[in-house]
Write a protein that binds this ligand. Structure first.
Ligand code: BGC
Length: 709
């Protein structure tokens, strides 16, 4: 399709229509009835509906076909609708939530997750997924931290990029490839006080240095769309922020794809106080470079009027419309408007054994072992008491899994039944539901498995918590169980790092996140030692909410705290340590690994040289397992202050007992430079530390000098 010619054939209203995204029910349920209810609130006419460009959310292939058929019949121009939806961590086969996925420190897995999600979701006629969410987050109070890849820009970039590659494949025209819409641009993860939709106020330096990396890497990987965020940046809502949408996105990053608002966020700029009404909102949106308006109607109702008034140049509308038509062409919709909708194929591949097996494998690598005092793995036949809400709860899919069905998941009781002797089971978290007799049985068990945590309704969009300890009565129950148990293994389901202080006294502590469709089976594999845990924390775990934001890659202060030489006039709290309870990059295994000597090929290099850091790693334990070797850098002196350490590379290796390998990290200037407040990458000569280890807190240092040319 020659999209430029097509553009010429459209009326101005039809071009503006391409910039409107609405829900599917408009087309099939209400389109033929009198304009009322929700429709009236959006102030849309039937003509406008049948000029729309895209659809938000669709249940299955049958629905998609119906909507597209009705639309193509009614619309004058016959330009197929584009279908978009939130496929975040799986379609019907649900994988661990993104924060869990990041714990795998295995971007190849993320690519696979995205690929399987695309294969399944495509059958429902979806063409675009609103994923990955590349918002860097250092605030576990924020409900949406569950959708993020955590606190580190590099890790965030690696996972965001891998997800885009997995969704999109090599050629969007081919079957089963979804276009990826990275979100929420920009810095949504910095919502003040962890409250969703709240103000974001940050320096340009932190914007480019910390927060942009995820979006930047997704775009470098080819993401065809980007969604704006609900927050302001420099006092201007991202949705109408010219600096973000034009200066950075188009001019600096050369992004050629489509920009889209978040839900109703163009209209919401009125509440932000930067537009008086929908007309002004439309003016600011088009001016800023915003292409598609999701679920509000400022553009469709006012853009044409703005052109008539001479306030908007129609070429801006042409540019936006052309980008949308080009995306439709790139996806092959002009050749086949029903592309991807395959209800029959869905029955063959959705939740196939192969996909569920993959979900189980991903969960193995996502779950993090935080403590183990020689209790795990359990021997088969061990007598256990299974206690706590997740003993029988199947709701392990986590937020943003709306095509998934928790009812199809096994719970822990079912998953453990075959291998352990469960002598007692109680899924209440309320102490008064446990009588003396219950404790007698609990005392009899070799091990108490305490499965607790947040419900899926305590995490996700708009689900923020100011207190992030274990919810409700669960901590009290832990103390009582601990008194009675010979050994207690605590398993926590959660969408965020929780404050765990007392729980660290568990004989073993397992952090499962929301592990997805096969979570219970994956846990049974780990608890019984059929698999060896290898997850690492993608966020620092605070000791207390008062430490938030707490992240390992912070700047030094002029008065850094040194616990070995206490000086009262340094940067610390009187009542809580500065340090996290568990550091970024931390996680245990059933086997032990020893990092042997590491060697740097040279202690100095010039800008265009590379040096090699070689490190030996040996599995010194009794079980096959994976370890993540992490490389951090520190730039001691630069024009700007730089973090005390920054992750720059990692490698995950599988080793048999006794096996030893040498890993090589290539150090080049891209690891040593930084982004300025203008978003430019610069490298300054100087003195660097290269630090290598298996978490961010236990590192061996090498010195490197980057010479002037
Ligand atoms: C969320 C987005 C999501 C959109 C469409 C919004 O409320 O913030 O992440 O993609 O809804 O469902």
């Amino acid at each position: 399709m020659n999209t430029k010619e097509l553009l010429k054939s459209l009326t101005r209203e039809e071009k503006i229509g391409q910039m409107l995204q609405i829900a599917p029910f408009f087309f099939v349920k209400h389109a033929h009835v009198e304009v009322a209810g929700h429709l009236k609130a959006l102030n849309l006419t039937k003509k406008q509906i049948f000029e729309a460009g895209s659809v938000l959310g669709i249940g299955n292939g049958h629905e998609m076909i119906e909507v597209q058929e009705v639309f193509l019949k009614e619309s004058r121009h016959k330009i197929p609708l584009l279908f978009m939806a939130d496929i975040i961590h799986g379609y019907e086969t649900i994988f661990p939530v993104p924060l869990g996925l990041a714990s795998s420190f295995n971007p190849k897995l993320a690519k696979k997750v995205a690929r399987i999600s695309a294969l399944e979701a495509a059958t429902s006629g979806i063409h675009v997924t609103f994923s990955p969410m590349a918002d860097l987050s250092r605030d576990p109070r924020w409900g949406r931290v569950v959708e993020s890849f955590g606190e580190d820009p590099y890790l965030n970039g690696q996972f965001s990029s891998a997800m885009v590659q997995g969704y999109q494949g090599d050629d969007l025209k081919q079957e089963n490839n979804l276009a990826s819409c990275v979100k929420h641009y920009a810095a949504y993860g910095k919502s003040e006080a962890g409250r969703d939709y709240n103000t974001v106020d940050l320096s340009r330096l932190s914007l480019h240095y910390d927060h942009m990396e995820g979006y930047r890497k997704a775009i470098e990987a080819g993401a065809r769309l980007i969604m704006t965020s609900f927050n302001v940046v420099d006092g201007i809502p991202s949705t109408v922020n010219k600096y973000l949408l034009r200066d950075v996105l188009r001019d600096l990053w050369h992004f050629t794809g489509v920009t889209i608002t978040d839900y109703d966020s163009l209209h919401q700029v009125i509440a932000h106080g930067v537009a008086e009404d929908d007309l002004q909102a439309a003016l600011r949106g088009i001016d800023a470079g915003l292409d598609i308006e999701m679920a509000s109607t400022c553009y469709v109702n006012y853009l044409s009027e703005l052109v008539d008034q001479g306030l908007v140049d129609e070429t801006l509308i042409d540019d936006a419309c052309l980008r949308i038509l080009d995306l439709k062409e790139e996806l092959g919709l002009f050749d086949n408007p029903y592309k991807h909708a395959h209800p029959e194929r869905a029955t063959q591949i959705v939740r196939s054994k192969e996909h569920l097996d993959s979900a189980r494998k991903v969960a193995h690598e996502s779950i993090v072992l935080l403590e183990n005092r020689q209790v795990l793995p359990l021997k088969s036949g061990t007598k256990v008491a299974l206690v706590g809400p997740y003993a029988t709860n199947r709701e392990t899919n986590g937020p943003w899994s709306w095509h998934g069905n928790n009812a199809l998941n096994a719970n822990l009781q079912e998953a453990l039944n075959h291998d352990l002797e469960i002598i007692y089971i109680n899924s209440s978290e309320v102490i008064s539901d446990y009588q003396t007799d219950d404790f007698n049985v609990i005392e009899d068990a070799d091990v108490v498995l305490y499965a607790c945590g947040e419900t899926i309704h305590e995490s996700g969009e708009a689900h923020n918590r100011a207190k992030i300890a274990l919810p409700r009565d669960q901590e009290n129950l832990y103390h009582v169980l601990k008194k009675h148990a010979k050994k207690i293994v605590t398993i926590i389901f959660a969408g965020r790092p929780l404050i765990l202080n007392e729980l660290t006294s568990s004989d073993a502590l397992v952090y499962a996140w929301f592990p997805g469709s096969e979570g219970a089976y994956a846990l049974s594999d780990l608890l019984l030692g059929r698999m060896n845990p290898s997850g690492k924390l993608p966020m620092s775990f605070p000791r207390h909410e008062g430490q938030i934001p707490l992240y390992y890659n912070h700047l030094n202060t002029g008065r850094p705290y040194d616990p070995t030489h206490r000086n009262p006039f340094t940067s610390y709290y009187l009542d809580v340590p500065n340090t996290p309870l568990y550091p970024f990059g931390y996680g245990l295994s059933y086997t032990s690994f020893e990092l042997g000597s590491s060697m740097l090929s040279s202690n100095h290099m010039s800008l265009n040289e590379t040096v090699e850091l070689k490190v030996q790693i040996k599995n010194t334990g009794m079980m096959r397992g994976q370890e993540v070797v992490q490389l951090y850098i520190r730039d001691h002196f630069a024009w700007i202050a730089r973090p005390i350490k920054e992750l720059k590379a990692f490698q995950k290796v599988m080793l048999e007992p006794g096996e030893e390998v040498t890993l090589t990290f290539n150090i080049d200037k891209t690891m040593l430079g930084y982004y300025t407040q203008d978003g430019l990458f610069v490298v300054e000569p100087g003195h660097f530390d290269l630090m290598i280890g298996t978490d961010s807190d236990h590192l061996t240092t090498h010195k490197l000098t980057l010479k002037k040319e």
